[in-house]
Design a protein around this ligand. Structure first.
Ligand code: TXE
Length: 481
């Protein structure tokens, strides 16, 4: 049994009230660890540690902060296998994915922000006729809160922590209670890298207790959150009376728009990935596939064939491409969408069933699922399912597909497959999304702004955008006449 503890002030501690949650392995449904369900008092202690560390950390030179972040990146890389095994066990994702994507990206987050902070700058504005010069200061906020989800556990936690501490803030962080393991291991790495105690504090627990205590803490100045849209609303409501800075990266229901003039083979293999990577549990997955009518029937046959070749299996096996869904509750939620379809309007073309994997009969395995729908208004196209379930629908014209792509409450990302330059430019301008991919998917450059519109959230992460988020801007105006 793994005994996960809070990481506060550079040490590992049990929760004050001695309340514990089960840590369950989605591959077989068995409890394999315990984690704290931290209360308001635990959060307060973490806050005090962060507050005490703040003065010194915020005045630590950029070179030193940068060097520590770089060391953390190197240590994550040196412990790649240990982290990958933990992530795969906790989340159900294939070990090959944890090893090649999640953990390397967590290291990249620290490496990237160790460099970005050395290039961060502010502006000055001179008006010579009035003999004035304005210059802008960007100072850290103080103690900030970072709350992350279970789908990309270490990847998304570090995506928040790294820029927060790079800019001189101290952090109280809470990973998802469903996937706490790699966050726990990160504490050890931070100590080894020489991160001063209290700069990063990680408290574990439920959203409704620990998460709520962080968001409702009067002196935690900003909340960076990734998770569900409903949780985002609750966080916004709790944080509003304190006027906290908020960055909310929420759900998505992203269109994958396929025109007949695209590079067909590249589109086909990328669409399999954009539909089912990480068991479809990525906010950027393209879950609504709109295919131009002239190639619809061909695409349907080819797509089903390719999806049928995906290997569903235990996350620990090297050959597995689709692992287990993250939890029983989430598995049941995803399955309920499939079981609840209106069979007069929608048709399951492939999958749609629980899979029993030999030796892992109680694991949360679902075969990748393709459903043909006849209206973009159906529940399957309007609600975020967040699992290995996609819908297919043909379209006749550019106008029709653009309207359907935008006719949803979410606006995170969109993918477009076409070789028509004019169409690419028009669609990129008119698609209601924070991120548009043309003839590709999920090619990430950490310098770019990342986030969504509409119910997909507010604010942008990445690059200088997030460094601005984690700093308070002050303008100084001097008259030098
Ligand atoms: O996420 P939650 P859930 C979507 C996806 C999924 C749905 C619900 O559709 O089915 O959200 O998932 C913490 N105050 N996404 O319920 O609850 C929680 O402990 C403060 C999309 O598992 O949003 C965890 O650390 N914190 C998404 C984090 O919020 C609270 C990724 C996210 O959990 C809290 C995950 C509260 N009141 C799910 N309540 C994406 N955008 O990538 C919960 N939390």
């Amino acid at each position: 049994m793994i005994h996960i503890q809070n990481y506060i002030n550079g040490g590992f501690t049990d929760p004050i009230k001695n309340e514990w949650l089960d840590n369950i392995c989605p591959a077989d449904g068995l409890v394999y660890g315990k984690l704290p369900n931290s209360c308001t008092k635990d959060v307060q202690i973490a806050y005090e540690a962060a507050h005490d560390a703040y003065l010194s950390w915020s005045e630590t030179s950029i070179e030193k902060r940068s060097a520590i972040l770089l060391k953390i990146a190197s240590l994550i890389e040196a412990n790649l296998e240990r982290f990958a095994v933990a992530e795969s066990k906790d989340n159900g994702k294939p070990i090959s994915v944890a090893r090649s994507i999640d953990i390397p990206r967590a290291a990249s987050n620290f490496r990237f922000f160790s460099q970005a902070i050395t290039q961060f700058y502010s502006e000055s504005h001179e008006v010579r006729s009035q003999k004035t010069i304005n210059y802008t200061l960007r100072h850290p906020l103080g103690v900030v809160g970072c709350i992350s989800p279970w789908n990309l556990p270490l990847y998304l936690l570090t995506w928040k922590i790294a820029p927060a501490i790079a800019t001189g803030n101290c952090v109280v962080a809470k990973p998802s209670e469903v996937t706490p393991y790699t966050a726990f291991l990160l504490g050890e790495i931070c100590n080894e890298a020489g991160l001063p105690k209290g700069v990063l504090n990680i408290v574990h627990g439920l959203g409704s207790t620990t998460g709520q205590a962080i968001v409702g803490h009067p002196n935690i100045k900003a909340i960076s959150f990734t998770g569900g849209t409903e949780t985002g609303k609750l966080i916004a409501k709790t944080a509003a009376p304190f006027f906290k800075k908020l960055s909310l990266e929420l759900g998505g229901k992203n269109p994958n728009i396929i025109f007949a003039d695209c590079d067909y083979n590249k589109m086909l293999s990328t669409s399999v990935k954009s539909s089912f990577s990480n068991q479809g549990q990525i906010c950027l997955c393209g879950s609504r596939l709109f295919v131009e009518a002239s190639i619809y029937e061909k695409f349907k046959v080819d797509f089903i064939e390719r999806v049928g070749q995906l290997i569903v299996g235990p996350p620990s096996e090297e050959s597995t491409q689709i692992g287990a869904l993250v939890s029983k509750a989430h598995f049941e939620k995803v399955l309920s969408y499939i079981d609840g379809i209106d069979k007069t309007q929608n048709r399951v073309l492939f999958g749609g069933k629980r899979m029993r994997i030999q030796g892992h009969e109680n694991g949360y395995y679902l075969s990748p699922t393709i459903i043909e729908v006849n209206s973009n208004q159906c529940k399957l196209n309007q609600e975020e399912i967040f699992g290995p379930v996609v819908t297919l629908m043909p379209f006749e014209s550019d106008d029709d597909v653009l309207e359907m792509a935008n006719d949803v409450k979410y606006g995170l990302s969109a993918t477009l497959w076409t070789n028509n330059l004019k169409r690419s430019l028009l669609f990129s301008e008119q698609l209601e999304a924070g991120i548009v991919w043309i003839n590709t998917w999920m090619q990430r450059d950490l310098r770019t702004p990342f986030g969504g519109t509409k119910s997909s959230g507010v604010g942008r992460e990445g690059g200088f955008e997030v460094l601005r988020f984690f700093t308070e801007t002050k303008n100084i105006c001097i008259n030098y006449e």
